[in-house]
Design a protein around this ligand. Structure first.
Ligand SMILES: [Mn+2]
Length: 320
C-alpha cells in the first residue's frame, strides 16, 4: 500500500512533521514496511483546493501541519494551527472521529513536537535520533529564537535548511529532503548538495531583501509596516523587520508574487511589551489565519487595492 503524506509545503515544520511520520509508519506498522511514500506539499493560497484533493483512494493518507477537511480519506491527522477548522462542518467531522488517529492542539508551537509527544504518549513510540529535528522545528515554527539576529542567520544547519525549504521547497525537492531529515543529522542534511547548491544565491537575495525592507519600512507607533508591493518578491525574511525596528511590537508586511498578494502579520517575539491581539483572529476576518503570534492573509494578485485597505485596517487594529 502507498502512503500519502500531505504536509504544509514550503515549511520546515511541515517537512519535519512528514519526516517524523515517515519514521513512525516505517517503525510501528509492519504492513507498511515496503510501502512507497508520496510527499505532497499543501499551500495556504487563495482558493486553494481542499487538501482532500491531494489524497489518494486505496492509500494510507495523512495530513500534517495543515487545515482539516471533512474527508473520509484521512487516516491520520496532526495539526497545531488554531485556524485548522475554517471549512464549515470540518470541526464537527473531526470531533465525531472515532479512529483515535486524528489530533489537534492549537497550544503547540510546532506540529513536529506535537506529533512526537502524541506518538510517544499514545503509541509508546520514541523517534530515536530525531531530538535535534524536533527541537529546531519547535524553535523555528514558534519563533523561539534568542534574538532577531539569530532568527535571520543561516549559521545553524536547521536555519540553512529552512531557508532553502521556504524559498524552493517544491514537492520534487521536499520529497528528496524528507527521507534525509528522517535519517540523518541536520548537519549532514545541510551539507548535502540539495542545500549547499541553493543556499549561496538565497543568501544574496536575502541581503538584497533586507536592504529593501530598510528602504520601505516605517514604524507607526506599535507597528512596523513594510509595503513591498511595488515589485514581486521571491525571498521573504520574516525577522529582518524586527532587526530594523526593534521597538515595534507587531509587523505588517505586504508582498506580492505572480500568484498572490500576501499580508504577513507578526508579533515581535523579542518585544518588551506584551501581545494584546490574537493575530490569527485578526487575519480570519479577511479570510486568512495562522497562530496567535503570526498569521497571514492571501489574496489573488489582482486584489492589491483591497490588500492595501486591509493593511491599513490591520495597522489601526494592532495600535488599538
Ligand atoms: Mn507548523
Amino acid at each position: 500500500m502507498d502512503v500519502v503524506v500531505a504536509h504544509h509545503g514550503y515549511c520546515f515544520d511541515g517537512a519535519a512533521s512528514a519526516a517524523l511520520f515517515y519514521r513512525f509508519v516505517s517503525e510501528t506498522m509492519p504492513a507498511m514496511r515496503d510501502a512507497r511514500f508520496e510527499f505532497r506539499g499543501l499551500m495556504y493560497e487563495p482558493n486553494a483546493p481542499s487538501p482532500a484533493t491531494r489524497l489518494k483512494k486505496g492509500a494510507l493518507n495523512a495530513i500534517l501541519d495543515y487545515r482539516y477537511t471533512a474527508s473520509p480519506l484521512i487516516d491520520w491527522y496532526f495539526d497545531h494551527h488554531v485556524s485548522a477548522f475554517q471549512e464549515s462542518g470540518s470541526e464537527a467531522h473531526f470531533r465525531a472521529d472515532t479512529s483515535g488517529q486524528k489530533f489537534h492542539d492549537g497550544a503547540y508551537g510546532s506540529c513536529t513536537k506535537y506529533l512526537a509527544d502524541v506518538t510517544r504518549a499514545r503509541f509508546g513510540w520514541a523517534p530515536e535520533g530525531l531530538d535535534e529535528l524536533i527541537h529546531w522545528a519547535d524553535v523555528i515554527d514558534a519563533a523561539r529564537f534568542s534574538d532577531a539576529e539569530q532568527a535571520s542567520s543561516f549559521a545553524a544547519p536547521a536555519m540553512a535548511i529552512t531557508a532553502v525549504i521556504q524559498e524552493q521547497g517544491d514537492e520534487a525537492l521536499t520529497s528528496r529532503l524528507i527521507p534525509l531529515l528522517a535519517t540523518r543529522s541536520l548537519a549532514e542534511v545541510a551539507a548535502s548538495p540539495e542545500i549547499v547548491n541553493r543556499l549561496g544565491p538565497i543568501k544574496l537575495r536575502h541581503e538584497a531583501f533586507a536592504k529593501r525592507m530598510g528602504q520601505v519600512g516605517e514604524q507607526l507607533r506599535n507597528v512596523a509596516l513594510f509595503d513591498l508591493s511595488d515589485q514581486a518578491v521571491d525571498t521573504v525574511a520574516k525577522f529582518v523587520g524586527y532587526q530594523l525596528f526593534p521597538t515595534a511590537v507587531y509587523s505588517v508586511m505586504l508582498s506580492r508574487s505572480p500568484k498572490r498578494v500576501k499580508i504577513s502579520v507578526g508579533f515581535n517575539p523579542w518585544s518588551k511589551k506584551p501581545r494584546a491581539h490574537n493575530i490569527a483572529a485578526l487575519c480570519e476576518k479577511y479570510g486568512g489565519g495562522g497562530h496567535p503570534v503570526v498569521g497571514a492573509v492571501t489574496l489573488p494578485p489582482h486584489e492589491l487595492g483591497r490588500a492595501r485597505t486591509i493593511v491599513q485596517e490591520l495597522v489601526t487594529a494592532l495600535n488599538r
